[in-house]
Every structure is written in C-alpha cells, then in structure tokens.
Design a protein around this ligand. Sequence first.
Ligand code: NAI
Length: 420
Amino acid sequence: MDGRKLLRHFSQAENLDAEGTLKILVCGGGNGAHCMAALASSREHVEVRVLTLYKDEAERWTKALNEEDMTISITYSDEHTEDKKSRPSLVTKDPAEAAAGIHMIFFTVPAFAHKQYLDAISEHVLDNTLLIGMPGQAGFEFQAVEALKGKAKKCAIASFESLPWACRTVEFGRHVQLLGFKESLCAAILTGSESNLTKSSLDVIQFIFGDDPQFDVIDNYVAINLMAKSIIHPPLMYGRWGKYNGEILEEKPLFYQGVDETQAALLSKVSDEVVMTAKVIQDKRKNDMSKVIHILDWYRIYYCHEISDHSCLKNAMQTNKAYDGLLHPMKPVDESGKRFVPDFNYRYLKEDVPYGLVVMKGIAEIAGVDTPTIDTIIEWAQKQLNKEYIVAKHLTGKDLSETRAPQVYGFKTLDDLFHI
Ligand code: NAI
C-alpha cells in the first residue's frame, strides 16, 4: 500500500501539513489506546499524540516515555511474534495542546468515557477532522454530533463495530501486547454536508493499521450501531448471575469458555431481536442492513480460524482460542485473594448496557420491534448497576438520560434516525 499517496488523498481535508505528516490523536489510556498509539507511531509519516484525562495517566505515560520508547509485541495469525519499538510524540491531559493541527481523532476508551473526551476536545476540533469511535459502541454518533454542535457538518464521524485487535497493556506506558487481529471489521462513516471528507478517508486508517484486519465500509451508521458487540456480555452475565444469591466463590469462573446452554440461548435470542430490528428497518426504509447478522454467523466469520467447533453458539464460544483463560469479572471479599463475588460494576454491564443494549432497545422501539429478552436483561442489569433505564419495558426510567438511547437525543422516527 502506498502510504504517501493515501496521505495525499486525505489532504483533500486541506489540513495536512507541508511535510505531508498525518497527525492523529488517540484518546484514552487503556489497552486499546496503548496498542493504537504504539502501532500508529510505528508508521512513516504519521505523528501520534495521546490525550488521557484519567487520573495521573498522562504524567505516568510521559515519565515512562522519558525513559524509553514503547514496545508493542505483535502476535500474527500464523502465530509468529514480533516486537516493535515506537513512541507517540506527546502524551498530555491538555485537550488544546493535544488537538492542535490534528487530522484524525480516535476514541479508544470504554464508551462511558466518550462524553468526557468529546466535551473536552470539541472546541479544538478543526474543520475536516475525522473522529473515530474505535470502537464506537452503540450511540457514539448521537453523542459526537451533539458535542460537536455546528461543527458536526464540517467534520466526519466514523465508528468501528469493535476494536481491531485483542490487546493488553503489559506495563503502563511501556509495553503492550497485540494478542490477535480480527480477520475483518466493519465501519460506517457519517460525512458532514460541509466537509471535504469522503468514505475513502477510511483507507488512511487501513494504511495506519496495515493489512489486518480488512476494513469493510458499510452503508449506514444505524447498521453499525446494531452490530456493536456490546450484545455479548450482558446476556452471559445474566445467564450466569441472574439467580445469584450472594455466595462467595473460591475460583473465578471462565467467562466465554464456561458458557452453558442457558447463556448461549440468551445471547442467541438477544441477537435474534437485533437482527429482526435490522430486517424491519430494511423493509420499511430500503436501507441496506444486511451486515447485521446473527452472533453465531459473526463468530463463524470473524473467528473462523480461532474456533475449532463451529456447530453451535455454545461450542463456538467454548472452543474460541481468542478467549483462552478469560474469566468473569470478580472482586475479592478479603485480603486472602482466594474468595470472590461477581463485579457488576465492570464494563460488561456498566458499558454494555447503557451504551449497548439500551441503545439497541431504543432503535428497536422506533422500528416497532418487541425485544422481550433484551428487556428482561436490562431490567436485571439496571438493578445491579443501581440505575433505572426502563420501566415496564418502556424507555422511561429516571436514568435514561445517562444512556445513548436515540430517544435521549430526540429521535422518534426512522426518518429522524437516518437524517442525523
Ligand atoms: P480499558 O479497560 O483498558 O480502559 C481503561 C482506560 O479507560 C483507563 O486506562 C482510562 O484511560 C479510561 N478510564 C477508565 N475509567 C475511567 C473513568 N471513570 N473516567 C475516564 N476514563 C476512564 O479498555 P480497553 O481494553 O482499552 O477497551 C477500549 C474499548 O475497546 C472498550 O469499549 C472495550 O469494550 C473495547 N474492546 C477491547 C478489547 C481489548 O482486547 N482490549 C477487545 C474488543 C473490544
């Protein structure tokens, strides 16, 4: 791939500098932000800055960089590994310093932190900037358009259905492991009516990431909202802990590879409700929603080589190598480190319900589709989170405004949704 040519193409945005350096900003300080910052910094003609607003992360990351470059350890699909050294040019908690002259802004944080970054950055965003939810999770576009106000029509907002990799920070600011690439990944882009950016601006992101995963730019952002992988964790949590009565466990159960028939059936039903929502939207509006597929089909495509038994959802999850050893989120009850209770405040509910299931429920409600399984899971999860999003299956709970349901942003009809 000819990176220089692609970068010139991106210069339609008219804010590429004289040397042709693409300047990108990564928002966040967790696993994904480490991976993104280290990988993108290793590309020629790409300058990477990091904005992290959380606690003392900017100071700690800067201190680490003062001592040595970052290492990214990459495991490729043929299982060979490679260590690369690279460094972002700046890590800061100052949004003005971070955003000066930036062409692309990646939001690589759990969705509950998106608003904080969008609010901090929006006054510094230049015309023709591409903002990317990586992943967007459901409702990213609603929140970004609201935060950007009038600037939204001069920019473009993209979101990816998931993170392109499985990754873990090994040592903060110093070492990150890219454990595996997804085989392909869908993205959607909303281009503002007064922006120079086009769908092919996403080619530049493909250049930054390299050959894997292959990006597939799909027709519309409503589909990508229904493709968010936030549907996976809440049904598995509900299936495992729905009847939990407070007992203490001496081991953390396997999260994905421990999936049983009940959990798999719940996830399958949630997925059916989401696919039905997409079908009804396609019938009513003729927008292409064909990429919204059942979760089992998704596993068969996206984890094709990692899964050894594709016969049913339970077996596919149990035999997915990418899930080796991943455990339920648990917290210790004492200092022994050997007695645990489930952690319902972990992002599997805290992120995936208000920025996932509730948004999908909102889109389904607008499309006129019933979602009995999603409703049951939201009702259970909101109790664990001490929130109220739905009341008697309706999106009228007192904490609904903390979610990204389309109703929060005033969308009432499918036409509203498609004319954001
Ligand atoms: P993470 O759990 O590593 O993120 C932690 C970071 O988020 C912290 O370092 C901090 O910068 C920020 N943060 C945490 N609490 C905060 C708060 N209260 N206020 C403000 N900022 C806060 O998340 P990770 O792994 O980087 O994931 C990012 C996104 O990618 C999430 O949506 C996740 O679901 C998704 N994802 C991650 C995968 C992975 O392999 N890490 C795989 C697939 C999706």
